[in-house]
Design a protein around this ligand. Structure first.
Ligand SMILES: CC[C@H](C(=O)O)C(=O)SCCNC(=O)CCNC(=O)[C@H](O)C(C)(C)COP(=O)(O)OP(=O)(O)OC[C@H]1O[C@@H](n2cnc3c(N)ncnc32)[C@H](O)[C@@H]1OP(=O)(O)O
Ligand SMILES: [Co+2]
Length: 141
């Protein structure tokens, strides 16, 4: 069963330009916007815009095989890419999705928050790419 909304992923051609949008247009304090980091294993650069109750995850392609290259070809100015929900146990969540007939796109692998993630195909979720992310055990109180 999914838990909290963790982040909304927005694919952009330039993370630096997108950071300026949140800072200058929406007034997000600079210290609420993280440094840009690279995650070669996932083919993206990423940065977070930290909000009171969630995060915007800005992602930019890293490498020719980036899984978001196609998306940006279709949406050259960028766009809402995925929604991420928290789960207690990513393997149990993965198995649950498979049993319920969803197309799980990858084996659990470490994402931007340093915990394992999976993705479920958009066709299973009303056209929205869903990411499930395991929360550190301590986070469950
Ligand atoms: C650093 C990790 C970070 C984190 O939070 O930890 C991230 O979130 S990284 C996020 C980037 N990684 C991924 O997205 C991995 C999972 N994604 C995939 O496996 C692919 O992107 C996939 C399968 C969703 C789409 O692959 P591709 O673009 O090559 O396929 P198509 O262009 O043929 O699209 C197939 C079909 O799906 C629709 N589509 C594609 N992307 C999206 C999307 N983001 N949201 C909604 N729908 C999407 C596309 O329009 C096609 O639809 P159709 O009706 O068949 O034309
Ligand atoms: Co994400």
């Amino acid at each position: 069963m999914i838990g909290r909304l963790n982040h909304v992923g927005i694919a952009v051609p330039s993370i630096e330009d997108a950071k300026a949008t949140y800072r200058d247009l929406y007034g997000v304090p600079a210290d609420a916007i993280t440094e840009t980091k690279e995650l070669p294993a996932q083919g993206v650069k990423f940065a977070f815009v930290n909000l009171a109750n969630s995060q915007i995850e800005l992602i930019e392609p890293l490498g020719a095989d980036s899984p978001i290259n196609n998306f940006l070809e279709k949406n050259p100015k960028g766009g809402q890419h995925h929604v991420c929900f928290e789960v207690a146990d990513i393997y149990a969540a993965r198995d649950d999705m498979v049993v319920r007939g969803a197309k799980v796109l990858n084996e659990p692998r470490i994402g931007a928050h340093g915990t394992p993630i999976i993705f479920v195909h958009p066709k299973d979720s009303n056209g929205v790419l869903i990411e499930l992310m395991e929360m550190p055990k301590a986070a469950h109180g």
